[in-house]
Design a protein around this ligand. Structure first.
Ligand code: 5GP
Ligand code: MN
Length: 338
């Protein structure tokens, strides 16, 4: 669609004064990178732009250019609702269903703004006036780069924009190693470096700013690792008590689930994290190859995502969630062992 309707979007943008950009709840590097990359681009064009995140996000993203301008919906609801009601255009980035922005959903649903979705998750719902959806893309950041390119504005990519977009491509591709990393992704990355993204500094800001508590929490997570060799599956759990012992901060468990996949022969890895204050267990699923964790998360754990990375939740206790998981797993024997 984006190719055939880019002129319409250009016309909408020409008359738009107020623009709101929304990433998904629990924003990751791609959600924040794409939101802030687009923020700088549209602001430089002369629009009044606000990024409104449904909730807070991890410390390792708080250096991104424009971070101090981000409004957190959960803590500034009134101000955010006003901005949403006054918006001419709303961009929703890195999610495929309005329910992914939590409490903000109601306010967005009553907005009369023109909605533009840019997203790389499967099965987009159809709330937007313009839907740029492509599940083959490495990241929403790569799509924002292409969006800017289609507006014939590639020359307008500043070092700030390049830094934001580089960050999200790097985090969503596991530092350029997942199958979603195409030769075109590398061409985009090369151009972003040319335009001022400092790859070494960005990597350092994201990956080398751990706290001692986080590393020791990783130690606990790895001690809790369980392996089902026959079904090529590994899972980790973290209880609320274990999180508390290590003074858990948002983002501290980022990437833990991938350790299961680093085991030889394992193609399906899961982490279960008890969230006592939300009365649920948050689950992350990762896979290698054809095993579709998006399908698995949708079918059993009220979630979704991509083929190789998805999330979900459970209202059962941590133990009962793991029991449920182990009961379901054998149903997938054929797909896991083929
Ligand atoms: P993570 O495990 O890192 O939280 O998420 C992995 C992928 O699954 C991301 O693309 C994320 O957007 C998606 N995802 C995570 N949790 C949920 C969920 O509860 N519902 C849906 N539909 N997608 C999710
Ligand atoms: Mn993404």
């Amino acid at each position: 669609m984006i190719d055939t309707r880019i002129l319409e979007i250009t016309a909408e943008l020409d008359t738009a004064e107020n623009i709101v950009i929304v990433p998904h709840k629990g924003p990751d590097g791609d959600a924040m990178g794409s939101s802030l990359g687009l923020y700088h681009f549209l602001k430089d064009k002369g629009h009044t732009v606000h990024v409104i995140s449904p909730n807070d996000y991890p410390h390792f993203l708080k250096w991104l250019p424009g971070n101090e301008e981000v409004i957190i919906y959960e803590s500034e609801k009134e101000k955010a609702d006003k901005l949403i009601s006054e918006a001419d255009v709303v961009f929703t980035l890195d999610f495929n269903h309005l329910s992914r922005c939590g409490l903000m959903q109601d306010s967005l649903m009553t907005s009369e703004a023109v909605f533009v979705m840019i997203d790389h998750h499967q099965e987009p719902s159809d709330y937007a006036d313009y839907t740029y959806s492509d599940a083959k893309m490495s990241s929403t950041c790569e799509m924002v780069y292409r969006f800017i390119d289609k507006l014939r504005a590639g020359k307008k990519i500043t070092p700030q924009i390049a830094t934001c977009l580089y960050t999200g491509i790097m985090t969503d591709t596991g530092s350029f190693r997942f199958a979603s990393t195409s030769s075109d992704t590398h061409r985009v990355i090369a151009d972003l470096i040319d335009k001022g993204a400092k790859n070494d500094q960005i990597h350092n800001n994201i990956f080398d700013t751990n706290s001692q508590n986080k590393l020791q929490l990783l130690g606990t997570a790895l001690k809790n690792l369980r392996v089902n060799k026959d079904l090529r599956t590994a899972y980790i759990s973290l209880s609320q008590e274990e999180l508390d012992q290590h003074n858990f901060k948002k983002g501290d468990t980022e990437g833990f689930v991938n350790y299961g996949l680093s085991l030889e022969g394992i193609i399906f890895a899961v982490i279960f994290i008890e969230k006592e204050n939300e009365d649920m267990v948050k689950i992350s699923f990762r896979s290698k190859g054809d095993f579709d964790v998006n399908k698995f998360a949708r079918a059993h754990f009220d979630g979704g995502g991509h083929i190789n990375a998805a999330g979900g939740r459970s209202d059962l206790s941590l133990n009962d969630t793991i029991v449920k998981f182990n009961r379901i797993l054998p149903e997938y024997k054929e797909e896991l062992t083929k």
